[in-house]
Design a protein around this ligand. Structure first.
Ligand SMILES: *[C@@H]1O[C@H](CO)[C@@H](O)[C@H](O)[C@H]1NC(C)=O
Ligand SMILES: *[C@@H]1O[C@H](CO)[C@@H](O)[C@H](O)[C@H]1NC(C)=O
Ligand SMILES: *[C@@H]1O[C@H](CO)[C@@H](O)[C@H](O)[C@H]1NC(C)=O
Ligand SMILES: *[C@@H]1O[C@H](CO)[C@@H](O)[C@H](O)[C@H]1NC(C)=O
Ligand SMILES: *[C@@H]1O[C@H](CO)[C@@H](O)[C@H](O)[C@H]1NC(C)=O
Ligand SMILES: *[C@@H]1O[C@H](CO)[C@@H](O)[C@H](O)[C@H]1NC(C)=O
Ligand SMILES: *[C@@H]1O[C@H](CO)[C@@H](O)[C@H](O)[C@H]1NC(C)=O
Length: 583
């Protein structure tokens, strides 16, 4: 009683926009707050979330879980730039972690430092705060040249100490960077986050707080004398270093299979031996242990929001930048692939109007994040967003269930693959050249009736997985030994693969260079008359010739960045001629 009265008075005095929420269930009179927590390289498919009880209890159970949430590029910097701009990587052209194709310098060069989420939120009246890693190649060399725009308060983790768990480099506000030997990286981020919540509360306006600890990313030390930084298992806080004895990576069907899987160089990987697998299991435990400091941080953040009477007016969002694999398809630890482990990632939201304890299977992506915040904050959507608002509130979820909506996502990648950990750093059979052929375009279609993944590699190898029958992606229906006529897909796609593939290829042709609403309504690009809204419609026999004659997604060669001249045909044929509304 006493506490409630206190909160009420606090809210009344300092945070007038929470007044309505205290008294009834009307939406907040003013814009809601956002606390956005994003880890680095966290898997969903290796079960890391099962070891984070606070995220599950305080965010997932109090809100909605998006189990079909995807990153659109499985690498930190390009993924973060897409998340903060609402644009696919082929529209940001930030496609790598370092220059010339990526990293913070490329983000600045593309003009995005003046045109991304915090800048837009400030323009809408938000105070904005950020602590943790912003993006790669943000370093002691370029931290003030220019400063990242759009923030009222910052405590960035920057290179060379971004991924140093016990000697991080922080750069706060306008202060010069400082190393922090002996302090635990994630705990420092947590402390900055709490200080920023206090500042946001004192400022008394709606706020966005980004909290991006590096866990469970590898401990990575940049050493000028070695060309490749050592990507070694993360280092947990000492209080967590003995947790989870005996816990192992789940042995899913694609874990170190006897028969090779995948395509391109992945299909030539040697099977892992017992030394490597033991090492991976230890590495996996280090990841789970390193995540414990993040999980502890979640409860301190929720507590602080509660103390300030802000919790009911705040959306708390938890996700990661991209997923992670270990042993899947015989791979050494790492990311960069379009397989489920790397792209289907955790995403949870709690907040005003969000149904509690719900799990939804709407297809959503990181390019939807900025549009989602815009919608929740009542800011008109930008016309150049490639994503669309995620259905967050109960009403929006209900509408999405009853309306045709995006059922696809695209995943793209340019440049080198690569592996982490002691054995990964040795290359494949001692060689690194294979990694050069890692550019690809990929696509998922996820509905409750069919579920497919289709990929075209820069080597022009193709992959198609029937994810309903083969969720582990072990049977490439377009692999060298498969026959396109032999393997029909499950109903309602029961037409020969030789008819299904051209439809998927045409859709990927649209998605690989789509802009704005083309990305959310790609069938409408192919069929401007609006008669085709999904794969089943497109499989109608009357379109067989149209799809057979389509130009095909293909590459001239494997490039390290987005060089359009190497990426083959760019536009599909359109059914009919009325393209006016798309050009
Ligand atoms: C927050 O909302 C819940 C449920 O609507 C209500 O029980 C609680 O009193 C509210 N707390 C504050 C601080 O507004
Ligand atoms: C945050 O920054 C914006 C843009 O510079 C400014 O308008 C606003 O007053 C700042 N808020 C606070 C609390 O200083
Ligand atoms: C911490 O890292 C900095 C460089 O980021 C280095 O100069 C310093 O020697 C390190 N300190 C310790 C104790 O390792
Ligand atoms: C690596 O070595 C294994 C076992 O010797 C062999 O089967 C595989 O083809 C090699 N892979 C590549 C890419 O050279
Ligand atoms: C397993 O492979 C690694 C990397 O090639 C090698 O160092 C190790 O000796 C091998 N272990 C066994 C038991 O063969
Ligand atoms: C990379 O792909 C090209 C085709 O673009 C192929 O000719 C080359 O052999 C591949 N390199 C390796 C190392 O697999
Ligand atoms: C993307 O950036 C790279 C590096 O600056 C440049 O070579 C390339 O032409 C750009 N691609 C597009 C499509 O603008």
């Amino acid at each position: 009683m006493c506490r409630r009265l206190f909160l009420f008075l606090v809210a009344l005095t300092f945070v007038p926009w929470s007044y309505a929420a205290l008294n009834d269930r009307q939406p907040p009179a003013q814009k809601p707050n956002f606390v956005f927590i994003m880890t680095d390289d966290q898997d969903l498919h290796l079960n890391s979330m099962q070891y984070m009880p606070n995220v599950l209890d305080l965010i997932a159970k109090e809100g909605t879980t998006y189990q079909q949430h995807f990153c659109t590029v499985a690498q930190c910097c390009p993924s973060r730039v897409s998340l903060f701009t609402g644009k696919l990587a082929h529209n940001t052209n930030v496609t790598d972690i370092i220059p010339p194709y990526g990293g913070y310098p490329k983000f600045v060069q593309q003009g995005l430092n003046n045109d991304y989420l915090p800048v837009w939120l400030q323009q809408a009246g938000y105070n904005t705060y950020y602590t943790g890693k912003l993006m790669n190649a943000h370093s002691t060399a370029n931290w003030n040249n220019p400063f990242p725009a759009g923030w009222n308060g910052t405590a960035f983790l920057i290179d060379p100490g971004t991924y140093n768990y016990y000697n991080a480099t922080f750069q706060s506000n306008r202060d010069p960077p400082a190393s922090t030997p002996g302090q635990y990286n994630t705990d420092q981020v947590a402390q900055h986050a709490l200080n920023m919540l206090d500042q946001a509360y004192a400022a008394g306006a709606p706020f966005f707080l980004g909290v991006t600890p590096i866990a469970p990313h590898c401990q990575t030390i940049f050493n000028p004398t070695t060309p490749i930084p050592g990507f070694l298992p993360p280092i947990p806080a000492s209080r967590h270093q003995n947790l989870f004895p005996g816990v192992k990576i789940p042995r899913s069907p694609n874990f170190n299979p006897n028969v090779p899987s995948g395509a391109s160089w992945i299909t030539h990987l040697p099977q892992l031996n017992s030394t490597e697998i033991d090492y991976f299991d230890n590495f996996y435990r280090s990841r789970l242990q390193a995540l414990q400091a993040v999980d502890e941080m979640i409860s301190t953040i929720i507590d602080r929001l509660t103390q300030h009477g802000l919790l009911n007016d705040t959306y708390v969002i938890y996700t990661t930048d991209n997923g992670y694999h270990m042993g899947n398809h015989r791979m050494q630890p790492g990311k960069y692939c379009a397989y489920e482990e790397d792209v289907n990632i955790p995403f949870y939201i709690r907040g005003p109007g969000v149904p509690r304890g719900k799990t939804v299977d709407f297809v959503t992506t990181h390019t939807d994040f900025a549009p989602t915040l815009f919608q929740l904050a009542g800011i008109p959507l930008r016309s150049d967003f490639d994503g669309s608002p995620m259905p967050v509130t109960g009403n929006a979820q209900e509408q999405r269930r009853n309306a045709p909506a995006p059922d696809h996502t695209m995943v793209e990648y340019w440049g080198t693959g690569g592996f982490e950990g002691a054995y990964g750093l040795q290359g494949i059979n001692g060689s690194f050249t294979q990694f050069l052929n890692h550019t690809y375009k990929s696509m998922r279609i996820v509905t409750n009736k069919y579920n497919l993944q289709y990929t075209v590699w820069c080597t022009n190898e193709h992959e198609l997985y029937d994810m309903t029958r083969d969720p582990s992606q072990m049977n490439n229906l377009l692999g060298p030994s498969a026959s396109v006529n032999a393997t029909p897909l499950a109903s309602p796609l029961n037409r020969p693969l030789s008819q299904v593939q051209p439809r998927l290829d045409a859709l990927l042709m649209v998605l690989k260079s789509c802009k704005a609403n083309q990305c959310t309504q790609p069938w409408k690009v192919l069929h401007p008359d609006g008669d085709v809204n999904n794969l089943v419609d497109a499989l109608n026999g009357e379109y067989d010739a149209f799809y057979t004659e389509q130009p095909k997604v293909e590459f001239e060669k494997c490039e390290l960045g987005y060089r359009v001249q190497s990426e083959g045909p760019q536009t599909p044929n359109y059914y009919g001629t009325n393209m006016a509304e798309w050009t």
